[in-house]
Design a protein around this ligand. Structure first.
Ligand code: G6P
Ligand code: ZN
Length: 579
């Protein structure tokens, strides 16, 4: 696999090249492709599907056909990606179609690299009209794997369903593509090229993002921790996009040792890896943290840099706890939140740990469907500061995407703050100490998710239909084994800002003791159907907090499997991933 070298933070800008030619626009005839409907976050397919002639071009043109002209004519668009296979070709296609549709300027990350949170940050900082992200997030990359494209709007948030539905509609009737007749852009050098009214600038993908992080966090506090000789830190970039960010931020700015970054070079196939920071796919990192004499703190991020996993020595912080703990400590440890968070939110399947923090801090609290886009409206209205999802996404209103490096810096801030007065040799307060204290204060929400990936769609759909039917027949007080039903529904969300309603967002059974079992089909898979089962149980008694989650949840997991007849419908004995 070929490596993507990003010299971004050290490279100096070459002088702008002005090619004073008129921009010629050509019209390319095309025919619709079926199935260009976007899922939870953009359009994701196998690379080979995207490599069909005009497949990507059709979707990009359909997008311009769906936007009001004032949203892009003579406007600025950001373009970045996670470094995966096909990004370089895709970038050229996108730039040409942007030119053909009257966009004024495209700012593209060097080598086509820019993380999802950095694109969101740059859209906001440069007051751009929007941006494209070339990524299939945590899905594997390479000629036989996945590719994807997302479009984010002017406040940096993923395009709303009203736009993605329109795009889909337009993909079904598209007949021509408008392309600027310009040569391929040299993505390997910083600098700007003008073609009449259109220009492309190759930019440093790190600088704006780093500046934002320096404004959000107390870098000298974090540096005081990372430069200690009695604190060992490891960040696994999984050969994905945060490889371009980890050294400039953790090493150059914050004093971590250079060997604390592993898999720090972005590769087109992520080094044959599956760039998803969880216990299954980030196993190498997990083994290091659970090994003999492991480091004190470990973290990883996914393909496009928006997900995160936080580990202590021989300790895993479940994402549902992570957001709750960040929220509980934010005001004290992160300057951006010094007047306190405005509100907190989580996705429906995420555990209720955050709810308890909101209650204690007396903060507004929101429960939204799975998908980061649902947080954006609340943030724009000033109702929400910190939010997270069980799917390893954590973030805040500093941008409009979840942010892997932000989450790592938030955790480092908490640990640094708790240890700021510790003398060398004194025992440090660890990640597991912080989590255990949190549970002692708030109680523990045991949580686990079982994934059954790439099931036959038919069986998976039938299972959901069966569950919906069960919901319609169920009533409060029904017995499910030793559990008593409080209510069951298929989650519907009404956006408190614009009143829009989304339904069928996940079947949930909520029991009288607060335990929940939830069933959803993933909206991010690229083949077949992925069934997700979420299991949660609250335990107030601190003497029972140190039980393994799988052990504590066993009865509820069995109940979820039998209630859904999952084995019968999907033919699966075991999940493919447990988190
Ligand atoms: C992406 C989205 C998240 C979502 C996750 C899982 O990372 O940005 O908002 O929670 O995928 O989605 P899925 O539909 O696969 O459960
Ligand atoms: Zn991602």
């Amino acid at each position: 696999s070929s490596s993507v070298t990003v010299k971004a933070s050290s490279a100096s800008s070459s002088p702008p090249t002005t090619i004073d030619q008129e921009l010629r626009i050509k019209t390319v005839p095309t025919q619709p492709f079926e199935g260009q409907k976007t899922g939870t976050s953009g359009l994701r397919k196998k690379v080979k599907v995207f490599m069909q002639e005009n497949y990507l071009a059709n979707w990009i043109q359909a997008l311009f056909d769906s936007l009001p002209p004032e949203d892009y004519k003579n406007g600025v668009l950001i373009l970045g990606g996670d470094g995966r296979y096909f990004n370089r070709e895709a970038a050229q296609i996108i730039i040409k179609i942007a030119a053909g549709n009257g966009v004024g300027q495209v700012l593209v990350g060097m080598d086509g690299i820019m993380s999802t949170p950095a694109v969101s940050a740059m859209i906001r900082k440069r007051k751009a009209n929007g941006g494209f992200i070339m990524s299939a997030s945590h899905n594997p990359g390479g000629p036989d794997y996945d590719w994807g494209i997302k479009f984010n709007y002017s406040s940096g948030q993923p395009a709303p369903e009203s736009i993605t539905d329109k795009i889909y509609g337009n993909t079904l009737s598209i007949s021509e593509i408008k392309m600027g007749d310009i040569p391929d852009v040299d993505l390997s050098r910083l600098g700007r090229v003008d073609y009449g009214a259109f220009s492309v600038e190759v930019v440093d993908p790190v600088a704006d993002y780093l500046e934002l992080m320096e404004n959000v966090f107390d870098f000298s506090l974090i540096r005081s921790l990372l430069s200690r000789s009695d604190f060992r830190f490891i960040f696994d970039a999984m050969h994905a996009v945060t490889g371009a960010y980890a050294k400039p931020i953790f090493v150059d700015k914050l004093g971590a040792s250079p060997d604390s970054i592993s898999n720090g070079v972005p590769l087109e196939d992520f080094g044959h890896g599956h760039p998803d920071p969880n216990l299954t796919y980030a196993k190498d990192l997990v083994d290091v943290l659970y090994g003999e004499n492991g480091p004190d703190f470990g973290a990883a991020s996914d393909g496009d840099g928006d997900r995160n996993m936080i580990l202590g020595r021989a300790f895993f912080v479940t994402p549902s706890d992570s957001v709750a703990i960040i929220a509980a400590n934010a005001q004290e440890t992160i300057p951006y939140f010094k007047t306190g968070p405005k509100g907190l939110a989580r996705s429906m399947p995420t555990s209720g740990a955050l709810d308890r923090v909101a209650e204690k801090l007396n903060l507004p609290f929101y429960e939204v469907p799975t998908g980061w886009k649902f947080f954006g409206n609340l943030m724009d209205e000033g109702k929400l500061s910190i939010c997270g999802e069980e799917s390893f996404g954590t973030g805040s209103d500093h941008i409009r995407e979840k942010d892997g490096i932000w989450a790592v810096l938030a955790w480092l801030s908490i640990i640094a703050y708790r240890n700021k007065d510790k003398k060398p040799g004194e025992k440090l307060i660890s990640v597991s100490d912080v989590v255990n204290e949190h549970w002692a204060t708030y109680g523990r929400n045991f949580f686990s998710r079982y994934d059954y990936e790439e099931c036959e769609s038919e069986g998976a759909n039938k299972m959901i239909e069966y569950l919906r039917d069960l919901v319609s027949k169920s009533k409060a007080g029904d017995k499910y084994g030793s559990y008593t039903l409080h209510f069951a529904d298929d989650f519907t969300y009404t956006d408190p800002v614009d009143g829009s309603v989304v339904s069928k967002q996940g079947v949930r059974f909520v029991f009288t003791d607060g335990s929940r079992i939830i069933f959803r089909l993933s909206g991010t898979g690229s083949a077949g159907a992925t069934v997700r089962v979420y299991i949660e149980q609250f335990e107030p008694d601190a003497s029972k907090h140190n039980v393994d989650a799988q052990t504590a949840l066993k009865p509820l997991i069995d109940l979820a499997l039998s209630t859904s007849k999952l084995k019968e419908f999907t033919g699966r004995e075991q999940p493919t991933v447990i988190t």
